[in-house]
Design a protein around this ligand. Structure first.
Ligand code: PLP
Length: 381
């Protein structure tokens, strides 16, 4: 006899509509960045109430594109939270600038504005607040501590999140989103940068396309076949394909339903788990609309029935997948060695690294799955 299917930590939700959307670019033969990407960008900009949206190959390349188009490079410093996916800091390193790690607030897991001031120097060129797991960072408090410093939102997890009535992606100087399959909406791999700055958008548009002054799509429609683009900027190839654009457009149309379902699931978990003395459900400050890319709890080592990793192993035995929330980047080998960082440099991030646990949350879960997760956790001894 076999038991019930294990419950995955995350599963993308795609179907017939995405499948059918691929038909047009495949049959037309226009596969690279073209009309589908443009339509996806326009719809994304509208949904997030931001003037400019440009699709990229990932959030990582999106962050790199933003920082490069801002002219950030060697000699500059960019402040990043220490508890985030490694890509936030990697994007800074790839520009030649130095990532400076600030601590996070262990209750929200986002950049702690109280720890920010000590990291500001005359070389600080930008701050990257991360809207981790879909909860917006405390953007107003961060801006108060660092007036005049551009805020680049790492909105990898935050499509559809809101902050006091404003959308993630429209809260700073620029933002980058991810469409990796662990995010609420996906294009397989993929990203989107957003900004209200027209000049920055123009530079990013050229730089994602080798620095070309006009795109292939524009050139093919133009009346003068002999004209090649100007290349006045050093660029990359960070273009999204039209196949991904077609899928992204369909996924974006489902975003609000996905988030509504995720909010209901998160509310159920919080209601059922909040009385456990050893597990702290995620905190949502007033005025913030969590997009619930992940539901990340904190295991109290003093009260838990077992160490976090043993709890995760027991849940796996019970058919419930879990993951650490994310990592403390200042503890990762490359960063520790290159910048001489110690765990106590960012104690909040260090503790989150050791104590957080994401439990399954995705749009293919049913009520019975949610109940099974809760039972497995509450029955732990
Ligand atoms: C906070 C954060 N930043 C950046 C990224 C990188 O996104 P991508 O995989 O699209 O490059 C991720 C992906 O997991 C993330 O969670």
């Amino acid at each position: 006899m076999t038991g019930p299917e294990p419950i995955a930590i995350a599963r993308p939700d795609l179907g017939e509509e995405e499948w059918l959307a691929l038909r047009e670019p495949i049959l037309s033969g226009w596969l690279t960045q073209g009309p589908k990407v443009r339509a996806f960008e326009q719809a994304f900009a509208r949904r997030h109430q931001v003037p400019h949206a440009l699709a990229t190959t990932s959030c990582t390349t999106g962050l790199h594109l933003i920082l490069s188009a801002m002219g950030i490079g060697p000699g500059d410093e960019v402040i990043v939270p220490a508890f985030t996916w490694v890509a936030t800091a990697n994007a800074v390193v790839h520009t030649g600038a130095t990532p400076v790690f600030a601590d996070v607030d262990p209750t929200t897991y986002t950049l702690d504005p109280r720890d920010l001031a000590r990291h500001l120097t005359p070389r600080t060129r930008a701050i990257i607040p991360v809207h981790l797991f879909g909860l917006c960072a405390d953007m107003d408090a961060i801006a108060r501590v660092a007036p005049g410093i551009p805020l680049v939102e790492d909105a990898a997890c935050a499509a559809g999140a809101d902050y006091h009535g404003r959308c993630a992606g429209a809260l700073g100087y620029a933002a980058a989103f991810s469409f990796h399959p662990r995010k609420s909406i996906t294009t397989g791999e993929g990203g989107m940068v957003t900004t209200g700055e027209a000049d920055l958008a123009t530079r990013m548009s050229a730089m994602r396309d080798h620095g070309a002054s006009v795109s292939d799509a524009q050139r093919h429609q133009g009346p003068q076949p002999h004209i090649l683009p100007e290349f006045n900027l050093l660029g990359f190839n960070y273009r999204m394909t039209d196949l991904q654009g077609a899928v992204g457009l369909v996924q974006l149309g489902k975003l609000d339903r996905f988030i509504a379902e995720r909010r209901r699931m998160a509310a159920f978990y919080t209601r059922e788990l909040q009385d456990l003395p050893w597990l702290r459900p995620p905190t949502v400050p007033p005025g913030l609309g969590h997009a619930w890319q992940a539901y990340v709890c904190c295991v109290d080592p003093a009260l838990a029935p077992a160490p976090r990793n043993a709890i995760m192993a027991q849940l796996q035995q019970a058919g419930v997948a879990t993951r650490p929330g994310t990592h403390a980047v200042h503890l990762l080998g490359y960063y520790r060695q290159r910048y001489g960082l110690r765990p106590e440099d960012c104690p909040g991030a260090r503790d989150c690294d050791r104590q957080t646990m994401a439990i399954p949350l995705h749009n293919r879960m049913g009520e019975a799955d949610l109940a099974r997760v809760v039972t497995a956790i509450t029955e732990l001894r």
